[in-house]
Design a protein around this ligand. Structure first.
Ligand code: SF4
Length: 353
């Protein structure tokens, strides 16, 4: 069963040309306190994540606020220094590159932020903001920069004349188009889209998602699409990874995740998606309690204090590994009762009824 799963624990889904391989990635933040500002605790934001992203693939990364998804995205593009683990990008280990060594990678890996307004300089015309990356990466000719900004503005559905305007003159959706233009101007291979539509109205969200999907296929981008809502990633992702308290809880193709979720946390997230049909019955699962603190995560499965089927003596003791469940090697979950040996799978089916 495991022979179709790569050594990284990430299933192969037809494609086998990884652009990104993340191995055992850990990102911790020290908490300082007291009169001498000594380290008094550690925030375990990302706790040993393994993830492979194939070239041209879009992986949706979903979880509640504080689950570590944004930290994972920012660590991947090296805006944050990993605590341990490895990040391989296009065959090169970029985990600990510094300064000028990072420059070629920075050109090839870009990030789109949730609120482009805060990431745009309010005193700069948007054309200047978009062309900054070109300048930094050695495009000296002003005419060439102008030409490329014009092309990029048109590609994201804006007009060349918009280059001379300031960020406050645009709507939220237009600003996110500017954010896209700025991220794509250097023709990157990898884009981390960090909740790019969560600050937008629902009607505008669909436009930006459609645009991102078109650009992804037109420019052959590899995308890590971060969202807190499974409904949003459904339309853009080839595979979806569900994250909980710094760990991957489940990962598989979009179709399988939505049709046959394995992890109880994924089930709860799916049950929260609104169904636009009043006659269709729904089985909303309300998760009890809050996400535990990443400063003091619970022992065993991190989800055990909130899990409706947790087993005392197992779930609060052993950390579940990301393993295949009952529908093939491309569908992995970290749950003692939904993966692994058949006796536990039997327990799972009887409990799920
Ligand atoms: Fe629930 Fe246990 Fe599975 Fe964790 S390992 S999701 S607590 S059943």
């Amino acid at each position: 069963m495991g022979d179709q799963t790569d050594p990284n624990g990430t299933p192969q889904t037809g494609k086998s040309d990884p652009l990104v391989i993340i191995k055992d990635l850990v990102k911790e933040f020290p908490v300082h306190g007291g009169a001498f500002q000594r380290q008094v605790a550690t925030v375990n934001a990302v706790s040993g994540v393994n993830l492979t992203i194939q070239r041209g693939e879009t992986v949706g990364l979903v979880g509640e606020s504080g689950c570590g998804k944004t930290t994972l995205g920012r660590t991947l593009v090296r805006l944050l220094e990993p605590t341990s683990g490895t990040i391989i990008f296009d065959g090169q280990d970029i985990t600990h590159l510094k300064g000028s060594e990072l420059k070629p990678f920075r050109k090839r890996a870009q990030i789109i932020f949730q609120d482009p307004y805060t990431s745009l300089d309010p005193r700069s015309q948007v054309g200047t903001s978009i062309s900054e990356g070109l300048k930094l990466h050695g495009v000296k000719s002003k005419d060439e920069r102008h030409q490329r900004v014009t092309e990029m503005l048109e590609l994201v559905g804006l007009q060349a004349s918009h280059a001379g305007r300031y960020p406050h003159e645009f709507s939220g959706g237009q600003r996110q188009r500017i954010g896209l233009a700025r991220a794509l101007i250097l023709k990157p291979d990898l884009v981390v889209a960090d909740e790019p539509v969560s600050a937008l109205d629902v009607s505008v969200q669909a436009q930006v998602l459609n645009l991102l999907k078109e650009l992804q296929s037109e420019l052959d981008l590899t995308v890590l699409f971060i969202a807190h809502n499974l409904a949003v990633v459904e339309h853009v992702s080839d595979r979806v990874a569900v994250m909980y308290l710094g760990r991957i809880a489940e990962i598989t193709s979009r179709e399988r995740l939505y049709e046959h979720p394995l992890h109880p946390y994924t089930e709860a997230l799916l049950s929260a998606i609104p169904i636009p049909d009043p006659d269709r019955p729904r089985n909303r699962q309300i998760l009890q309690g809050e996400v535990p603190s990443p400063i003091n995560p619970p022992p065993g499965c991190f989800f055990n204090p909130r899990c409706p089927i947790a087993q005392d003596g197992l779930c609060n003791v052993d950390v579940p590994k990301l393993l295949p469940g009952d529908d093939g090697p491309d569908h992995l979950a970290a749950c003692h009762l939904r993966t692994g040996d058949s006796s536990q799978l039997t327990v799972n089916s009887s409990q799920a009824q």
